[in-house]
Design a protein. Structure first.
Length: 185
């Protein structure tokens, strides 16, 4: 399989495209209930995680139709995969993109998600020429809300019952940042 080998870096982490051997590090966090409690997936079985990695790699190899870029978060100090970040082109004509991130709980509270969100927003604006980048999170996920605020996103409102998760319908808080706002940060 061919990859573009996209790599993005800052002080503590670098992002690179996911490769097949990443599945075990991804499974370490994706199999934990606390990681996926606000998500429609998980906790993952080994098969779930391997299927996710294979799907991501297939999408990465179809450059003409590609709208999703999923990156392994690698901590520079120990060269270990500690999470994943994602950039999705949601509307190419209106240049709208979406970011997402997930971090192994061993690294929660260390500012990793904020660094990753900054890297992915920058990637979306610079590489994909987005005008607006947004993110959603469960209103109960205080940590993620704080990350989105720290990176300069503005809470636009609440999307009611837009995601079906294990315990029923979930609301989502909607955050966004515009290109001209990002340039001044």
């Amino acid at each position: 399989m061919v990859h573009n080998n996209i790599s993005i870096s800052n002080g503590r982490v670098f992002l690179r495209e996911i490769i097949e051997s990443d599945w075990s590090d991804i499974h370490e966090y994706a199999s934990q209930e606390m990681v996926c409690q606000y998500q429609p997936w998980g906790p993952n079985t080994i098969e779930d995680t391997k299927n996710f990695v294979n799907q991501i790699m297939e999408e990465a190899n179809n450059e003409k139709l590609r709208t999703r870029y999923v990156f392994a978060i690698i901590e520079k100090a120990n060269k270990r995969l500690i999470g994943a970040g994602e950039f999705n082109i949601r509307d190419s004509f209106n240049r709208n993109g979406e970011i997402a991130y997930i971090v192994n709980p061993k690294y929660w509270g260390k500012g990793i998600a904020t660094e990753v969100a900054n890297l992915i927003i920058d990637y979306g604006f610079k590489e994909h020429k987005m005008h607006r980048i947004f993110a959603t999170c469960d209103p109960r996920n205080i940590g993620s809300s704080k990350v989105l605020q720290k990176v300069g996103m503005i809470q636009e409102g609440k999307i009611r019952e837009d995601l079906l998760i294990k315990d029923g319908w979930r609301d989502s808080l909607l955050y966004s940042i515009l290109k001209h706002e990002w340039q001044i940060l």
